[in-house]
Write a protein of this length. Structure first.
Ligand code: IMP
Length: 197
C-alpha cells in the first residue's frame, strides 16, 4: 500500500483529485486536513518548475510521497498570460471573482478568444524518484460568466467542441475532459505499476 499526500490546499482541486483518483487500488490518500503542511511560495517561471517545487518542498517537510500539481490559463491574445500568474492575476489575496473580471476587461473588444488550461502533475518520493505528467485542455474565453460549478476561471472557459463553460458542467463531466484529468492519468499509470510491485 502506498500512502500518498495530496500537495494542495485548494479545495476545488482537491474535490477534482479525489474523484479522479477514486478508482486507484493499492494507494491511500492523505490531504492537508489530516497531515498539515506549509504553503509553498510559487516562485517558478513554469508550471513544471512550480509543480516540482511544491512536491519536493512538501515531501521534504512531511517525509511522505507527495502528488502536487500546478495549473493555469494561457490566453493567446494576452501573449500567454495569466500563465503561471493565474492564481494572483488580479493581485493577492487570491480572488477568483476579481481575476475573472480582470480577464474580461483585458479581452474587451478582442475577437481572438483562444485559450488553454495547462496542468503539470508531479509525483515525488522521499528517495528522490520523481514522475511528471502534463495535461492540456484547449478552448476559448466566453464573453460573460456562466455557471456556478468548478473554481477559478471555469465560468469563463468554454472547451473546444462544447458550447457550455466548465462551470456549467458537473464535476464528473469536467473531469472527463480536463487538463487535470489528462495530467493525473499519467501519474495514475505510474502508481498502478508501483502499487503492484
Ligand atoms: P495553482 O496551480 O494553485 O497555482 O493555481 C492555479 C490557478 O489557475 C487557480 O487559482 C485558478 O485560478 C487557475 N486554475 C487552475 N486550474 C483551473 C481549473 O481547472 N479551472 C479554473 N481555473 C483553474
Amino acid at each position: 500500500m502506498i500512502l500518498l499526500l495530496l500537495g494542495t490546499k485548494n479545495e476545488g482541486k482537491l474535490s477534482e483529485l479525489r474523484e479522479l483518483l477514486a478508482d486507484l487500488e493499492g494507494v491511500e490518500f492523505l490531504t492537508f486536513h489530516a497531515r498539515p503542511f506549509k504553503s509553498v511560495e510559487e516562485i517558478g517561471l513554469t508550471f513544471d518548475a512550480n509543480a516540482r517545487l511544491k512536491a519536493r518542498t512538501i515531501g521534504a517537510e512531511t517525509g511522505l510521497p507527495v502528488l502536487a500539481e500546478d495549473a493555469g490559463l494561457e490566453v493567446d491574445a494576452l501573449g500567454g498570460e495569466p500563465g503561471v500568474h493565474s492564481a494572483r492575476f488580479a493581485g493577492v489575496p487570491v480572488d477568483y471573482e476579481r481575476n475573472n473580471t480582470l480577464l474580461l476587461e483585458r479581452l474587451a473588444g478582442v475577437r481572438d478568444r483562444k485559450a488553454r488550461f495547462i496542468a503539470v502533475a508531479v509525483l515525488c518520493f522521499p528517495d528522490g524518484r520523481e514522475f511528471v505528467s502534463e495535461g492540456i485542455l484547449t478552448g476559448r474565453i466566453a464573453r460573460k460568466l456562466e455557471g456556478e460549478g468548478g473554481f477559478g476561471y471555469d465560468p469563463l472557459f468554454i472547451p473546444d467542441g462544447f458550447s457550455r463553460t466548465l462551470a456549467e458542467m458537473t464535476l464528473v463531466d469536467k473531469n472527463r475532459i480536463s487538463h487535470r484529468r489528462r495530467a493525473i492519468e499519467g501519474i495514475k499509470q505510474v502508481l498502478r505499476e508501483l502499487a503492484h510491485d
